[in-house]
Design a protein around this ligand. Structure first.
Ligand code: PRX
Length: 678
């Protein structure tokens, strides 16, 4: 049957097969994948660690006696693995190639990157940064960002990168939370045609932190401002030019970095990644899924401020000796063919981006691509949100020349690297489905009671075996049962819950959809990590992701906590209550829709709407600003007083509300619907 057509018997989309030319040359072949599994679990994960150079070999792959410890006894340095070990063989090859917003380009060979990282590492030490001290990097997409990350890694100082789009308040929370006494930032950066000031925001953040924070400023705008007590990055690098700093040997379990993400609380969630497990995992997945190696040019278009940029724009490709492309600007500036120009000029082999961007490219039209030679591409990837079949096919056809395999990769900040995906040299692709777990991992789809649901039934996606890239909080569970989750958020908050219980009389298949049929890791209780996502598995074990089951929105592939946004809104004078939900958006995946009820005698006018938006902008940043603010007479609530978001979501999306009689105030639903209709 032709690729991409529908099988009339099963109703399933048909397979798309990777071209033989790709399969023959792939880093991981079917035989490699078999051999990986044959090694058994957890021994198979030795293979990932073997892609790295260790100062001291680990005593075992996994110690799970009390907590989960990957590669215990092993000692290594991430900067050494991304730089030093490449110098002899590929010192002159490009490591980072950067495209600036104004059209300028800069390329660092591995040798040049090594030199600058060493100089900056020496400078950080002189500023008093020692092993274990957290350095915050509040920087846009400039090459000094990976330099600073690797300089921190070199001296054993965990970095905490804060996305440059976050506000002063958000930066202050992160500086204080990590007790970070050193901040590296930029005077500013360019976004579309505008120069944005970053340093003033950083200054404001420092003012609201209790402890002193030393600041280094990269001059990106070069607008002749004076830096008073701050240190200028270029001066520091000049002063320390030629200095070599021995890479500090770190225990596999020592922290490489911290990163904040959005969870279900009002506060940002701190995620910590360890040196050995994380680096081995991102290097392995860059090798196996993104098919990278020396000589390859890889472009992961995610901002380095997010986990995707950490794993697949910096650590993974550099550990493998590939070239990584960084781009400062936006895809449509100055013209809508900017990305294709970059791919053509840099002869990019592997392009990894988010479905939201692909939907925008599609909307802009093929003519922007057709003017460029994209034949260097051999693999495409997507990450961050589900990709629908039409967009998948468009991507493969128009960007990938109808030939490139497309890997739809599912993972999270907490997983460190890709967890669900096809292996491009091994597996057939099924557009719209991510595929199975990578070898060495196991997933299950479960119902509210934690029981596996049958094929075709939606439920909560849980991971049932530890993997090396897992965040420290997951490792720290002292008991394998700690992560067993039976508390799938009850009743009204869970979108999938009404659909997830197996219908009676159906044979409940317990097939997990994994590659191995291996035993559960522990006989007497299965280890579980609840991903917070809903998924459904088809008869071939391929998983489709159905979105978040909790109160986390995914806007343009960025994770936003509804609670965090609500906290910012209720701080506005005159606001009584707020509930934020995701409205569906054809391009960005979700729109932030805020329903705001006001104190009596307060008028819901445009000025107040602006104050609501401004509060979110200053509390979190422009990415979280509500697209729609609806002033509500009140919010729909259960008899016990809980806001029922399900109805608000349906109202925001113009969907059928179903039975509202269980509400304490069902009339408000009608009022809100008619408010939005107007
Ligand atoms: O809901 C899933 C969605 O993004 C969430 C993780 O967000 P974050 O930690 O910011 O990491 C983003 C980059 C890995 C997940 O819980 N998600 C990620 N990849 C996919 C996805 N949803 C569907 N398909 C994907 N390929």
């Amino acid at each position: 049957m032709a690729d991409g057509s529908t099988n009339e018997t099963t109703g399933e989309r048909e397979w798309v097969t990777p071209p033989p030319s790709f399969v023959d040359a792939a880093n991981v072949t079917a035989a490699d994948s078999e051999a990986f599994l044959d090694a058994g679990w957890p021994a198979c994960w030795k293979r990932a660690a073997e892609l790295l150079d260790w100062h001291r070999t680990f005593d075992s792959v996994l110690d799970d006696e009390e907590t989960v410890r990957w590669y215990p006894g092993g000692r290594l340095n991430a900067s050494y693995n991304c730089l030093d070990r490449h110098l002899d063989e590929r010192g002159d090859e490009p490591a980072v190639t950067w495209e600036g917003k104004l059209g300028e380009t800069r390329t660092y060979s591995y040798r040049e990157l090594f030199d600058e990282v060493n100089a900056f590492a020496a400078a950080l030490r002189d500023l008093g940064v020692g092993e274990g001290d957290v350095v915050t990097l509040y920087m846009p997409m400039v090459p000094e960002l990976p330099v600073a990350m690797l300089a921190c890694a070199r001296i054993g100082a965990p970095h905490s990168v804060v996305f440059a789009g976050f506000s002063a308040d958000a930066l202050a929370t992160r500086l204080a939370g990590a007790n970070s006494e050193c901040l590296v930032t930029c005077d500013g950066y360019y976004r579309r045609g505008d120069a944005l000031d970053l340093e003033s925001t950083a200054d404001n953040a420092r003012l609201s932190v209790d402890h002193a924070v030393e600041q280094v400023v990269v001059e990106r705008l070069g607008d002749d401002r004076s830096f008073d007590d701050d240190h200028v990055y270029a001066d520091l690098v000049d002063e320390h030019a030629g200095t070599e700093v021995d890479p500090v040997e770190r225990d596999a379990g020592d922290l490489l970095f911290l990163i904040y993400t959005s969870g279900t609380t009002g506060e940002p969630t701190l995620v910590r990644h360890e040196t050995g497990g994380y680096l081995a995992y991102v290097t392995w997945t860059s090798h196996a899924v993104l098919d990278l190696g020396p000589g390859d040019t890889h472009w992961c278009s995610a901002d380095v401020g997010w986990i995707t940029g950490h794993s697949y724009a910096v650590y993974g490709p550099l550990a493998l000796g590939a070239t990584t492309v960084l781009y400062e600007g936006t895809p449509d500036h100055p013209q809508k063919d900017r990305l294709w120009k970059i791919i053509e000029r840099n002869e990019v082999d592997v392009f990894y981006t988010a479905p939201t961007s692909i939907r925008a490219f599609r909307k802009w039209g093929e003519e922007h691509l057709e003017r460029h030679d994209l034949s260097s591409l051999r693999l495409l990837g997507t990450v961050g949100e589900p990709i629908d079949e039409t967009t998948w096919h468009w991507y493969r056809e128009h960007v990938g020349g109808g030939e490139c395999p497309v890997v739809d990769t599912w993972w999270q900040t907490e997983t460190g690297g890709i967890v669900l995906s096809t292996l491009p040299g091994v597996d057939r692709m099924r557009p719209g489905a991510v595929g199975r777990c990578l070898p060495g991992l196991e997933a299950a789809v479960v119902d509210d009671a934690g029981e596996r649901v049958p094929v075709g039934e939606p439920g909560r996606l849980v991971l049932t075996r530890p993997w090396p890239g897992m965040a420290r909080s997951l490792c720290e569970a002292t008991d394998w049962g700690d992560h067993r989750t039976t508390t799938v958020d009850s009743a009204e908050r869970s979108r999938g819950d009404s659909e997830s219980s197996p219908p009676s009389g159906v044979d409940v298949s317990r097939d997990t959809g994994d590659r191995s049929s291996g035993r559960d890791p522990r006989e007497d209780g299965e280890w579980r990590y609840d991903t917070g996502d809903n998924a459904v598995r088809d008869a071939d074990g391929y998983l489709r992701l159905l979105g978040r089951a909790d109160d986390v929105l995914n806007v343009s592939g960025h994770r936003l906590s509804t609670t965090e946004i609500e906290f910012a809104i209720v701080g506005v004078d005159g606001v009584a209550e707020a509930a934020v939900v995701g409205g569906k958006d054809a391009v960005t995946g979700a729109r932030v829709h805020a329903f705001v009820s006001l104190e009596s005698n307060v008028a819901g006018d445009e000025a107040l709407r602006e104050r609501v938006r401004a509060a979110v902008e200053s509390g979190i940043g422009p990415i979280a600003v509500p697209d729609v603010v609806t002033f509500a007479p009140s919010l729909p609530k259960t008899r016990s007083g809980k806001v029922v978001r399900r109805y608000l979501e349906a109202i925001a999306n113009g969907e059928d509300l179903g039975d509202t009689s269980a509400l304490r105030n069902p009339e408000v639903v009608g009022e809100l619907t008619s408010l939005l209709d107007r």
